[in-house]
Design a protein around this ligand. Sequence first.
Ligand code: M6R
Length: 613
Amino acid sequence: MCGIVGYAGTKPALPVLLDGLARLEYRGYDSAGVAWIENGEIQRTRCQGKLAGLRELLENGKRSECPIGIGHTRWATHGAPTEENAHPHTDCTKSLVVVHNGIIENYYSLREQLKKEGHKFRSETDTEVLAHLIEKHLKDDIIDAVRKTLSEVEGAFAMGVLWKGEPDKLIAARKESPLVLGAGEGENFMASDIPALLPYTREIIFLEDGDLAVLTADGIDITRIDTGEPVNREIKTISWDATAAEKAGFRHFMLKEIYEQPQGVLNTFRGRVIPETGEVDLPEIELADEDIRKISRIVLLACGTSWHAGLVAKYWIEEWAGIPVEVDLASEFRYRRLLVDETVLTVPISQSGETADTLAGLRIAKEKGSPVIAICNVVGSTITRESHGTIYTHAGPEIGVASTKAFTSQLTALYILALFLAQVKDTMSAEERSEKIHALTEVPRLMEKHLEEIHQACTDLSDEFYQYRDFLYLGRHLHFPIALEGALKLKEISYIHAEGYAAGEMKHGPIALIDRNMPVVALVPKDHVYDKMVSNVEEVRSRRGIIIAVAEEGDENVARVAQHIIRVPATTEQSIKPFIFTLPLQLIAYEISFARGCDVDQPRNLAKSVTVE
Ligand code: M6R
């Protein structure tokens, strides 16, 4: 997730670009850059790190009155957060410049082909391919060259292009990455998100997938990328204030991030799986197949929510690849005698890539000769630098302290990893893998379609339950870790005591706690332990427990045992149910925290990234 801006008007572009980027910095701040056209030549200034560095460079260096320009603030996905990898990117002759947000899935093959044709690449990014492809297709019509380029790329893009041959035109295009246009008086704008434009205009055009727009000071022309046919897009007047707009109209970042999960899951599996053939491609695992076959055990190493993702993955990996898995709390792992050697694969899981305990555990495992493949959301973070390879989750920056979209993206990466191991070890047929991949590719759609109704049910429930002091969360099998995650979410943002428990363990002690003052959230998916779970819920009910069941649509049986039911969509494939069952637990925690007046995004005593022991 990056932020892009563009301006075509009559005023100097640079202040507008810098101001817009500042409002988009929440989308990433690994590097920043701007480009404009001066005396017929492309000019650009880029800088590693936050926008403040770019401002300083511009103040001490190039200044410009140029009335057209593009800018970018980066959340790294391909290539480390360095100046060379910072946008805007140019072609070989510096005749054009590109900013991009998204992922070009086939960048590697395009890049190899372009290199053979003599193009010189200067960065490790997927974006640079766009600049060289446009250069390749450019005769004298920049729009035609952009169209031809976009017909060759696979993946997602929101992009802006300037060409010195037509210095009054800014070209914008989008597919599956956000891009809005702002219509002004004698000036027009492009941005990844509305807040960047609000100080200048409230007249917004939402581009649709497959749209290409040409912006000049005098107007905006929109056509379809593939056919070139003109299209009319309605101008909408936005009434939000700037802060609300940064959260895209959501009350809190946490809520926005909950709603971003379909995209996070999609971005994480995109380009890595082929549903039709059941193939999984994970070049990030730089281990030869024969070394993978020799793995005797896998250690998943993490803290907090990331640890819960690891607990879910244990079931998938053991079931599909037949490799024993230990899921270690990093803070415990680092202080015990470790039976780890070169046959043990260590997988640190971390959203931030900076968690001190996970990093320390990784270092110890590495010293013992274990190959280390991280799962991480932040490109270039310490954990990724110190691991032998990293499978990135592409959730985009997570700002709310309570981890939400990072969790479901981690589940996605781990799901793919489990299938990849099964593929290399040949423990699962291509047909079976294909079924699992098909099911995974359905998850974003299911989430998207049902999030609002699940949210409404959780809001209604929170009215009744926000004053309780204790909660119990129960689940079995894949949903035991999801119960732990639900309890953690509630604890950390609403300061209510909550415990997650394996439902089968209740009779070994915790059932003594059951009374009218402790609601029990029971996860009751239609899986192979459904009957067992229902029996466990009945045991609670018969002790006068208050039961809030999370159950699938069409499951009428559960109404016998639960006083309250939150419905989630039914799925036939068991393995994807944890993705769906996570949603109401996040939303219950969110709504209860809000009802209690807590600071949802920055709960007391917590930090987003725990870089101390
Ligand atoms: O950045 P990491 O994934 O390594 O962070 C691990 C935990 O600190 C984190 O998941 C924490 O538990 C969250 N606050 C949970 O919402």
